[in-house]
Design a protein around this ligand. Structure first.
Ligand SMILES: *Cc1c(COP(=O)(O)O)cnc(C)c1O
Length: 183
């Protein structure tokens, strides 16, 4: 059932990989670890979000750096993100707050190419920006199926990515290092 859900979810969000997790928090954590984020690194997160967005950065031993939000969208302010980028910045976690997608295309075009973009798409299952589905806008994305989100599995999450290398690492780390599951 989980494998079938992953397949349908990937299709609906137009991404090549969907990896189910126990929550969005787990998916965000797994994504950052798979990206190699660790001590000494900085990850930029919006100042207005659910606290998990910043906590997952701390789980990796990295430093969350707060960027202000745009007063019209309540989403991360791209100008302020650029002002907060340093040599230590490894990733940005833009949050599609309440399902309203961040302009990831603009963020990508203005950001150094070696900095990962991890969408916090907790509330954005089924959302899109200019006809492109959430989940495939950045390098990876994390969705939530907590009861207060748009769809729920009781508890649960999904990591999506079009980066097959990242997907391979995440799939193994999800399963205690094993590349083949018993299912
Ligand atoms: C709900 C939420 C999360 C955490 O989701 P869980 O599945 O409960 O871990 C993370 N980020 C945002 C923006 C959320 O709204």
């Amino acid at each position: 059932k989980v494998a079938a859900f992953e397949k349908e979810f990937a299709k609906r969000h137009n991404v090549s990989n969907a990896i189910a997790t126990t929550s969005c928090t787990t998916a965000l954590h797994l994504a950052l670890v798979s990206m190699g984020v660790g001590p000494g690194d900085e990850v930029i997160v919006p100042a207005f979000t659910w606290i998990a967005t910043a906590n997952v950065v701390l789980y990796c031993g990295a430093k969350p750096v707060l960027a202000d939000i745009d007063k019209h969208t309540f989403n991360i302010d791209i100008d302020d993100v650029l002002a907060k980028v340093t040599k230590q910045t490894r990733a940005i976690i833009p949050v599609h707050l309440f399902g309203l997608c961040v302009d990831i295309e603009q963020l990508r075009s203005r950001l150094p190419s070696d900095i990962y973009i991890l969408e916090d798409a907790a509330c954005a299952a089924g959302a899109s920006f200019k006809d492109k589905a959430a989940g495939g806008l950045g390098d990876a994305a994390a969705f939530s199926f907590h009861p207060r989100k748009s769809i729920t599995t009781g508890e649960g999450g999904m990591l999506t990515t079009n980066n097959d290398q990242l997907a391979l690492i995440a799939t193994q780390l999800r399963n205690h290092g094993a590349s083949i599951s018993e299912e």
